[in-house]
Design a protein around this ligand. Structure first.
Ligand code: AMP
Length: 424
């Protein structure tokens, strides 16, 4: 089988790494990829958002399967185009991807189908939104409805902050058209957890649970980021609650989409806020999380290519997924300054020494090759991942690998995994 993987982050490196191990996969191309995927596959210089060029390339190469990593090409209709061309693609059509690309759609969908979520109101008019804020004091959450690269949600602890967030989205238009609509919602407290599932549009097959560390600095301080680390499985979540999330959220969502004539094929991801035995859905994503994929994929014992094929062919019910009874940890190494301004082009050292450690993989995100060197080329640079029988061993291994890797201004959290280690 010849496969095209779309994207350039740690998530895509993890997918390529797993697909490479499949006996059915003969060749992988990655568009555009990074220095890590270049070692395992052929990088093709087409950006993940350049949907027409990707569709043309897939057609010309007649890939047996295209795997779409990030949300943007899905929202822009890459899967629709490939399906029209008669090609097989793992990832939902644009209509189904609205579950992520429009928070207004997702919230209304949840309300219509009885999926538990925070109370909310949607506005496309600034004055009405402002008057709602005047009637609903902080703490409150203000979100741009469209895709904003994970930066469009503002958790506001004062009324001034809330008005500031509304101004940023609707007046300054910091996220462009993604801010045409805003969602203002009830502030929730609890622990966040990600529940991801494979689906062929009918069957829902959950993955091991993952917990993200989103804040930039230790102790969950500092600005929100795309994710500074992640752990799987999540030991504190009770298995009855997981079953409920599948029965009350994921399966009804997939069923409702199918009944609406938009079958959902790919990964459906629900971000939850859990408090005691209660939970609400904060958001849906229409693809693997990054960095969640970096810890989930290594624990999947079933061949990833065969799972994706089963999804595409509508026979996921015939496959029993097998997960390693281990814990995995991913520590993100980022450029100093991330998630704000940072420099690029700095040489990374120690990658080979880290890669030689047992049960460890260094997934690349913002990296590039410059002659014989690997250099930084983004905010999140590496996802240093390790696994072991128990979480403490995986944490120790991941940090042993992090210690081997150096560049000027490398930054990482030192407490990834700590939430799972704390007695509850
Ligand atoms: P979202 O893009 O909707 O997932 O929001 C990004 C982050 O903002 C989430 O991961 C939470 O940490 C936080 N967040 C979003 N919605 C709420 C809410 N209703 N209450 C508290 N925190 C929230």
């Amino acid at each position: 089988m010849r496969v095209l993987v779309v994207g350039s982050g740690g998530r895509e490196h993890a997918l390529v790494w797993a697909l490479r191990r499949s006996p059915d996969v003969r060749e992988i191309h990655v568009a555009p990829g990074n220095a890590g995927t270049a070692d395992l596959a052929k990088n093709v210089p087409i950006k993940a958002e350049d949907v027409p060029a990707l569709a043309a390339y897939a057609q010309e190469q007649a890939f047996d399967l295209t795997v779409v990593g990030p949300e943007m090409p899905l929202a822009l209709g890459l899967s629709d185009m490939l399906r029209k061309q008669g090609l097989r693609v793992f990832g939902p059509d644009a209509d189904a991807a609205q579950i992520e690309s429009s928070k207004a759609y997702a919230k209304n969908f949840m309300r219509a189908h009885g999926i538990p979520t925070a109370d909310y109101a949607v506005f496309d008019d600034y004055d009405q939104a402002l008057s709602y804020l005047n009637r609903h004091p902080a703490p409150i959450v203000v979100k741009a409805s469209g895709l904003a690269g994970g930066k469009g949600a503002f958790v506001c602890h004062s009324d001034t902050e809330a008005i500031g967030a509304l101004d940023r989205i609707m007046v300054e238009r910091a996220f462009g058209a993604a801010g045409d609509q805003v969602i203002i919602e009830e502030y929730l407290t609890g622990q966040e957890v990600s529940v991801l599932a494979f689906t062929d549009g009918l069957t829902v097959s959950p993955m091991v649970l993952a917990q993200d560390y989103k804040a930039a600095y230790d102790g969950d301080n500092g600005p929100n980021t795309g994710g500074m680390g992640t752990v799987a499985p999540v030991q504190w979540l009770d298995s009855t609650l997981l079953r409920r999330v599948v029965d009350e959220v994921l399966q009804p969502a997939v069923d409702a989409m199918r009944e609406d004539g938009i079958p959902y094929v790919g990964v459906l991801y629900a971000g939850l806020m859990v408090s005691g035995n209660d939970y609400r859905v904060l958001e849906f994503n229409c693809r693997f999380g990054d960095p969640e994929a970096q810890v989930i994929v290594p624990l999947l014992e079933t061949d990833l290519a065969s799972v994706m094929q089963a999804c595409v062919e509508g026979r996921l019910d015939q496959l029993n997924l097998s997960w390693a009874n281990k814990a995995a940890v991913c520590v993100v190494m980022a450029s100093r300054g991330y998630p704000n301004r940072y420099s690029e082009g700095l040489e990374i050292q120690g990658l080979d020494q880290a890669a030689r450690l047992p049960d460890t993989v260094v997934f690349h995100a913002g990296t590039a090759r410059a002659e014989n060197r690997v250099v930084t080329a983004g905010g999140r640079v590496l996802g240093v991942t390790a696994w072991a029988d128990e979480l403490p061993g995986a944490v120790q291994r991941a940090y042993a690998a992090v210690e081997k890797i150096h560049w000027h201004g490398a930054m990482f959290r030192r407490d990834i995994g700590a939430k799972g280690l704390k007695p509850r």
